[in-house]
Design a protein around this ligand. Sequence first.
Ligand SMILES: [Zn+2]
Length: 226
Amino acid sequence: MKKQSLISNFFKRKFQENDDIGLTPSSNIDDGIQENVDIGPSSNIDNDMQENDDIGLNIPSASSPSIRNTIDLANLPSDPSDRPPIASYHPNQIDDIRRAYLVKKAFQPRGHDFKWTNYSSGRRRFNVKWFDKYDWLEYSTKQEKAYCLCCYLFNESVGNQGGREAFVSGGFCNWSKPGALKKHVGLLNSFHNKVAQKCNNLSNQKRSCDAKITEHSKEEKIANQY
Ligand SMILES: [Zn+2]
């Protein structure tokens, strides 16, 4: 029983934290939270726990996405091919994970010996200059494919059109068609531009929080001088 109330407190605390920093999650994230509230600790589980000594089988395991709460933000997978889908993380942690990736910036291994591919027109490979042009562009050294950080971070939040795209789902490796990078960005209202804006908003939110903390600590220092 104690465990259940601790878990409930965890959820409550997380919601409060989100309120405090003025997050305005997208409708899908709201849905995600709602779903987890629905499948979270319920009176049915309480009953089961009372009736059955073997309670371990009746509550979600630690590996369940709804309970998993020990993500080490400093050790998130760097190579795009090692990352689980962003939606597989707990909804309460997704924004922290997004911020951590935005701070790290796109995975751009500039010193990598990019793999050549033979085409009828000759051999081609990833051009490191593309990193300068596109700050969202990432390269998986394990798969020798290119990905988009913004589209990874918000893949589930702006419809499904991004999920079928090479830079998000399977990775891009047709080096004979570099025009695909520009095409990925697309027009003003494209999926990529929408999620890039979401990335900017999240980064700015963090900066304004940092600025507030600095302001507070300055005030405290001044107050402590008197
Ligand atoms: Zn993108």
